[in-house]
Ligand binder design. Structure first.
Ligand code: NOJ
Ligand code: CA
Length: 565
């Protein structure tokens, strides 16, 4: 008996300790693993095809694990590879606890996870929280009758009148957000396609079931989730119409301010609770957070840093011009937001950064410049596959070639997202070494030179620049932990900053103009009276040491140097 009491006592006193120890800091600053990690987004359909069906798969990804390791990646985020009818290429999930046969099996996933772990690479899954597929068993039950057990798991409502939806809310992907279901004579709500019915997060049974999904994957070894479409989890229970705005959107729908169906305060309650589960598993939550400014972004960290560790800041996906003042403004804002910044240049929904920032004349130099920017800031970068070799968009030329449904609905204004989702370019063999079959999306002819094998051989390639930057980032304390100090803030052409940590600092100088630029720095004010810097990485012809009072940079050149006290 005494034994049992003693055991119970020990368990109770050690519980908080155990929970706490799940979140182990990796440095003296108390930073967690995800603050030192570099994340890499993989679109599984397009990374590597192992069985010749033209669609990438998990075995294919696993076969590239050594590549990812040598690149310097610490965590991969897999966009959805769960069973799915693929209406939205996986963002319509019909089973959250399995792998779609087109991508492999759970056994393949376990091997991927294990092979990643051996190399220090963690796996982040995509958690599609807002909606399921209309073929998910939950929805099949829900639509079966008005009294079905899971009727209230989704949002069913009567129309306003014959043939009229319950309100004016429009879908992000075109048309009304309501679809009439003749069987039960009611409308169901879908923020995205009709095949993606929204879950009713007011229903606690939904919350329990979805939270259990995360526990299930944590047990399988995943290190966190990227939360899809968190802005849209809740809708106004009173179902009020959204106020209209002038004009039509690219799908021809009247514009509206989505005040009643996006960013409702209830989202934060869910995020706080989901974070508790993540903390018990030393896991990270990354948010697809489309915030209009930093004050909105701030809310996603939580008032007590108890919501998302990594709400994505999409500002670099929107600046779209090489404007030092604009970058300065945005970086300073996110840096001061109080949370750990997250930097993203592009993803599977956004035109590739190579195209958005390129000027068709200095594209290679600009790609290296952008890499040098987001890999040296204070915060965690999330790379998008192919960015490291300078992949371009390959947009469909004809409507009939479009695979992404939004491109068919919105053509020609909206060509869809196929262009940024084309297969990874591994070498110059047919189909860029991605598949021995017919690739599901066409590969641009530029793959003959823009590919991993070719770029590995060229010391000054975009790929080797990424590798060098990532290696530097991993071993340099100032880049990992240092604060961000803007320099020469009136310079309209050159973006410069210091990453400062105790007695060391790294100076980053980025010429964002097509003209040569001369710059000088006096770092005494920042506590570094040094006259010169030790060159760490540069795309300009330069010796090992550089004078700080006079630094000349070629168009779009990068200079990164170490200074000490
Ligand atoms: C955001 C995803 O990134 C996008 O690809 C998808 O279509 C929507 N959410 C809907 O899930
Ligand atoms: Ca395949």
């Amino acid at each position: 008996m005494l034994h049992r009491f003693a055991a119970l006592f020990l368990l109770i006193v050690s519980l908080p300790l155990r929970l706490h120890s799940q979140r182990q800091p990796v440095d003296a600053e108390g930073h967690q693993w995800w603050q030192h990690a570099v994340f890499y987004e993989i679109y599984p359909r397009s990374f590597m095809d192992s069985n010749g069906d033209g669609i990438g798969d998990l075995v294919g990804i696993d076969s590239k694990m050594d590549y990812l390791k040598s690149l310097g990646v610490d965590a991969i985020w897999l966009t959805p590879c769960y069973p799915s009818p693929q209406v939205d290429f996986g963002y319509d999930v019909s089973d959250y606890e399995n792998i779609d046969p087109m991508y492999g099996t759970l056994g393949d996933f376990d091997r991927l996870e294990k092979d990643g772990k051996q190399r220090g690479i963690r796996i982040i899954m995509d958690f599609v929280m807002n909606h399921t597929s209309d073929e998910h068993p939950w929805f099949l039950d829900s639509r079966s009758s008005r009294t079905a057990a899971k009727r209230d798991w989704y949002m069913w409502h009567d129309g306003k009148g014959p043939g009229l939806p319950p309100n004016n809310w429009i879908s992000e992907f075109g048309g009304s957000a309501w679809t009439f279901d003749a069987k039960t004579g009611q409308f169901y709500y879908h923020y995205f396609y009709p095949q993606q019915p929204d879950l009713n997060w007011h229903n606690l049974a939904v919350k329990d079931a979805m939270f259990d999904v995360t526990r299930w994957w944590y047990k399988r070894g995943v290190a966190g989730f990227r939360l899809d479409a968190v802005d849209t989890l809740f809708e106004d229970p009173q179902m009020r119409d959204n106020p209209g705005l002038p004009g039509l959107n690219k799908y021809g729908d009247p514009n509206q301010e989505k005040v009643h169906n996006t960013k409702l305060p209830e989202v934060h309650v869910i995020l706080r609770d989901l974070r508790k589960v993540a903390d018990e598993n030393n896991a990270v939550l990354i948010g697809e957070t489309w915030t209009k400014d930093v004050s909105e972004l701030k809310q996603y960290y939580g008032d007590h840093s108890d919501e998302l560790q990594m709400p994505m800041d999409f500002m670099f996906t929107k600046v779209d011009k090489l404007s030092p003042p604009e970058f300065r403004r945005q970086i300073a804002a996110v840096d001061a937001a109080g949370g750990w910044p997250v930097f993203v240049l592009s993803n599977h929904d956004i035109v590739r950064s190579y195209v958005r920032y390129g000027d068709r004349q200095h594209d290679q130099a600009i790609a290296k410049l952008m890499a040098s920017l987001y890999l040296t800031l204070r915060g965690t970068p999330i790379m998008y596959y192919g960015e490291e070799i300078g992949m371009e968009n390959n947009d469909p030329k004809r409507k009939e070639d479009v695979k992404d449904p939004i491109g068919r609905v919105g053509w020609p204004q909206e060509k869809g997202r196929d262009g940024e989702r084309t297969p990874m370019q591994w070498d110059d063999s047919p189909n860029a070494g991605f598949t021995r079959g017919v690739p599901w999306l066409p590969i641009p002819p530029s793959y003959k030179t823009v590919n991993v094998a070719a770029e590995l051989k060229d010391p000054s390639s975009i790929l080797n620049t990424y590798k060098n930057l990532l290696a530097l980032r991993h071993q340099n304390r100032a880049l990992l932990d240092g604060d961000y100090v803007a320099l020469n803030e009136n310079d309209a052409n050159v973006l410069s900053y210091l990453r400062r940590y105790k007695n060391e600092a790294v100076l980053v100088v980025l010429n964002m103009s097509a003209q040569p630029q001369d710059v000088g720095f006096d770092l005494a004010l920042q506590g570094f009276p040094a006259k010169s810097a030790q060159t760490l990485l540069t795309t300009s012809a330069r010796s090992k040491e550089s004078s700080l009072s006079h630094l000349s940079l070629e168009p779009f050149a990068v200079y990164i140097g170490a200074v000490s006290k």
